[in-house]
Design a binder for this molecule. Sequence first.
Ligand code: KG4
Ligand code: ZN
Length: 340
Amino acid sequence: MPEKDIYILGIESSCDDTSAAILKNNTILSNLIARQDVHELYGGVVPELASRAHQQNIVPVIDAAIKKAGISKEQIDAVAFTRGPGLMGSLIVGTSFAKAFSMAMDIPLIEVNHMVGHVLAHFIEDGENKMPKFPFLCLTVSGGHTQIVLVRDHLDMEVIGTTIDDAAGETFDKAAKLLGFPYPGGPLIDKHASNGDHLKFKFSKPDIKELDFSFSGLKTSILYFLQKQCISNPAFIEQNRDDLCASIQATIIEILLKKLKKAAKDLNINQIAIAGGVSANSGLRNTLKEEALLLNWEVYIPKFEYCTDNAAMIAITGKFLFEKAVFSDQSVAASPRYSI
Ligand code: KG4
Ligand code: ZN
């Protein structure tokens, strides 16, 4: 008898995007995201506004994801949701919906760690992607986190390096703000960098022990440099925008790659993956491909839609937990500082 298909509803609401996905076995039938443009005006995510927008968006997004998948809600075998880390008010919305849905439909409830979700996005099958072999290293770079994760198995991973202050995405966004871009500025730095000279400006790079990262010194060095230049030439940023973007981006990539290379060498691992919103950065993607040739790495770069926050990664993680019957009960609560 053929095995029964498994359908998982994934829900992601950890920051400012409300996302719902339907997974059938290991493939994605739908993965919808309601973005919140309201934060652009404020230069960063405003937690209270994010929470309110999630409340408005969650039911229509989930409804649309189920419809797009072409299934009925009765076919769903389990609901997986982001328990954390993230913003409390945002997480509560997804968590509450998932608990209610699980109870109403009498199906298992599966809590997912958002950072594990970013890593396991590599295991979504789309017919053409190759998957990392264990053990592999995953550089997980997002707006709130910068981690090197040693992945021994789907559900066995360890953070071996992390940032001691700002995250890489946060650094992109803060630098972008100084350059006059709206939030989130990471993708705009990426866009302008492609027309700029990455060797034009030099910024400070940290000297941090072992596999940890630091970005606060770089942020300060960009701020002081721009302040100084703008005193003698108020149009400095405008006149040098592309070169500034290219130089800032190259510095962030250099900081990330230095530690990734060290980790690969120390652990003698050549399976290298990237994940998280910053893994959408074209400079990082290209640099990684170049390093792969030089260092004999096999690199794994997610599709763009699975880099930034999405519910497909929550659904696939839910699937691995479902197979091991790792379920939560109704007492589960959102966990803003949930670690891997
Ligand atoms: O993983 P993600 O969607 O959300 C968090 O979990 O934080 O990551 C969002 C971060 C933001 O800081 C955003 O600016 C950055 O990813 N980002 C990029 C690019 N696309 C998104 N940074 C640089 N270049 C990009 N192309
Ligand atoms: Zn994320």
